[in-house]
Design a protein around this ligand. Structure first.
Ligand SMILES: *[C@@H]1O[C@H](CO)[C@@H](O)[C@H](O)[C@H]1NC(C)=O
Ligand SMILES: *[C@@H]1O[C@H](CO)[C@@H](O)[C@H](O)[C@H]1NC(C)=O
Length: 334
């Protein structure tokens, strides 16, 4: 009996190590109104010091800052109000998933991202247990102001670094993922080079002009962290992504990632990463968009005054999501 149990567990680890590492099964799918029940509208002061007032879900729905149909989900900034100097900031949205995922593949079909002067949108994942940076942060989409540059990055506890040369189409910017190093730059990868080589903008107005596209991120013990991007009309979008299939097999059909952060002795997964929530936010100015404001080409005056006094400048400051699917290595009860 003991022997039988032993070989069964060997068989289990064999199956897990040879197959589950590459085949991922659809665990959750968020489309349209399902975002309203499965995400939390966070209302705290922006930890990145933006000129923003994050509103709760009911306020967001009432003012049409959040809008959902059966197949679309929109999150936007207020683009009609003057913001008094004494107010917390311009109304906007920060939402975070109620579920958290350890090893997983996240696939986002996005038709529009927020753009414009003072904006700092991000789609990212964050340890549910925390506190930050314990458990890690993975930025999938992030950029500021009028930039067309998307940076994918990791922010972690100390003793996490990646090599300069990696198997990716993007360009390594920095290699130390430790949030305490280099003023929390993290280790990051610029997707612009990839975008230029395929005439496929991964960020900003050009991304929106092309109808948006697909972002995917894989986070596993064995495979590390990888980010892929395909513009909407690219012929290389994997069929399993176009179809929202029941399974995805990134290592077989997705090609070289745009950004790749291999983990191992240089940065063990366990100790640096755990189950992550997904976050969408849209802030203004603050630690990044505000600090580069003077070179952003957005005009004179302060970023904060711009946000306060130019509501119509925020008409393109919205996310429009078609779907968000999460795949995990095992569905349970195999
Ligand atoms: C709310 O926002 C949606 C999405 O942008 C838009 O289609 C709709 O017309 C807006 N509704 C109102 C009442 O403004
Ligand atoms: C990175 O790759 C380039 C091109 O293959 C090579 O010239 C360079 O020496 C490599 N750098 C390191 C640190 O391995």
């Amino acid at each position: 009996m003991l022997r039988y149990t032993f070989s069964l567990s060997l068989l289990a680890s064999y199956i897990l190590s040879t197959h589950a590492a590459t085949v991922f099964f659809k665990q959750d799918e968020f489309i349209g109104t399902s975002f309203l029940d499965h995400f939390e509208w966070e209302t705290f002061d922006d930890p990145t010091h933006g000129r923003v007032n994050y509103v709760d879900r009911d306020t967001a729905l009432q003012h049409n800052l959040s809008f959902a149909t059966t197949n679309k989900f929109v999150m936007r900034a207020d683009s009609w109000s003057i913001v008094p100097p004494g107010a917390r900031g311009r109304d906007s949205i920060r939402i975070s998933s109620r579920s958290a995922y350890d090893e997983a593949v996240f696939v986002l079909d996005l038709s529009h991202m927020p753009t414009g002067c003072a904006t700092w949108p991000a789609f990212w994942t964050l340890s549910a247990a925390g506190p930050w940076p314990t458990g890690g942060e993975i930025d999938i989409i992030e950029g500021v102001n009028l930039g067309n540059q998307n940076l994918a990055s990791l922010h972690t506890l100390p003793n996490c670094a990646v090599l300069q040369n990696r198997s990716q189409t993007g360009t390594t910017i920095s290699t130390d993922c430790d949030a305490q190093a280099n003023s929390n730059q993290g280790c990051d990868c610029d997707l612009t080079a990839q975008a230029q080589s395929t005439s496929a903008p991964s960020f900003g107005s050009p991304f929106n002009d092309g109808g948006g596209g697909f972002y995917a991120m894989s986070k596993t013990r064995g495979g590390g962290i990888a980010v892929w991007f395909w513009p909407r009309n690219s012929r290389s979008v994997p069929v399993e992504i176009l179809n929202g299939g029941a399974t995805v097999v990134p290592s077989v059909s997705w090609g070289t990632p745009a950004a790749y952060f291999p983990l191992g002795d240089n940065c063990p997964y366990d100790g640096h990463f755990d189950a992550h929530k997904m976050v969408f936010d849209l802030t203004f100015c603050g630690d990044w968009a505000g600090s580069v404001w003077s070179t952003s080409g957005c005009g004179v005056g302060t970023c904060e005054d711009y946000v306060n006094n130019n509501p119509h400048a925020f008409e393109d400051a919205y996310w429009e999501v078609n779907s968000l699917r999460i795949y995990t290595p095992v569905t349970g009860g195999w």
